[in-house]
Design a binder for this molecule. Structure first.
Ligand code: CTP
Ligand code: CA
Length: 227
């Protein structure tokens, strides 16, 4: 492989990024969602693009516009996100920043649920596929580097460390999303990077700067054998 210029260490590398929330329909007019804005995933994709990577950006219905220059795949549900991720592989690295719904509504149909006085509908939920875990545990064609996120409100490091192992991820980017931190939906983030060799807490900074720091570390791993 030709040596990439120092400014674009990820030239020739394909990185897959998932971002944003998913929406799980209840009926044609209602859905279950979450508070992910897509800001951190979008910033990571932009930082990877800036380092020269080809980026496939699989995004749920986010508030933030997707990054210019990425191959953008728009999805709504977790099932659609899984299919888009499988279609985008192979990749040299995969970053799972999406806030994927854990459940979908079983039997969500084409008809609007009508309000009937005194009758409360019961939603039956079924578990969604864990997209990160599926890729993390791939035995053939697994990306060299699989990065997951863990947004937690309690025992952040304990939960995130367990997630790294359970999902077969190389890295977990953990953060504390209790409302009082202002991180969910805010411009700043404070993350701890959990790897096989331990934990590293980065200072609180803009989501753009967190993205740049992560992209630089990803480039270090992906270019290790190139020298
Ligand atoms: N993830 C995924 N597919 C899912 C659920 C989660 O790919 N169905 C990914 C997220 O993109 C994130 C990581 O897994 O990178 C952790 O997501 P999180 O919701 O924190 O983990 P869960 O295992 O769902 O645990 P919980 O919601 O109970 O904390
Ligand atoms: Ca979850």
């Amino acid at each position: 492989k030709a040596l990439a210029p120092a400014q674009t260490p990820l030239a020739g590398q394909h990185v897959l990024v998932t971002s944003g929330p998913t929406h799980e329909p209840i009926d044609p007019v209602r859905y279950i969602a979450n508070r992910s804005s897509g800001a951190q995933g979008t910033a990571i994709a932009a930082a990877l693009l800036a380092l020269g990577a080809r980026v496939t950006f699989v995004t749920g219905p986010a508030e933030v516009s997707p990054p210019a220059g990425a191959d953008i795949v728009r999805v709504e549900t977790a099932a659609q996100m899984r299919a888009a991720v499988q279609a985008a592989l192979p990749a040299d690295a995969a970053v799972f920043a999406a806030a994927v719904a854990d459940w979908h509504v079983d039997g969500a149909g084409a008809s609007k649920i009508k309000k009937v006085a005194g009758q409360i509908p019961q939603l039956h939920l079924r578990e969604n596929p864990d997209i990160l875990a599926e890729v993390g545990h791939m035995t053939q064609g697994r990306p060299t580097l699989v990065v997951g996120f863990a947004a937690e409100t309690d025992d952040v490091i304990t939960h995130a460390t367990a997630k790294r192992l359970r999902k077969g991820a190389d890295w977990i980017v953990a953060n504390d999303v209790r409302p009082e931190t202002g991180i969910m939906g805010g411009a700043e983030n404070e993350v701890t990077l959990i790897t096989e060799s331990g934990t590293e807490t980065l200072p609180r900074m803009s989501k753009t700067d967190v993205a740049a720091a992560l992209a630089r570390r990803i480039a270090t791993v992906l270019t290790k054998d190139d020298a």
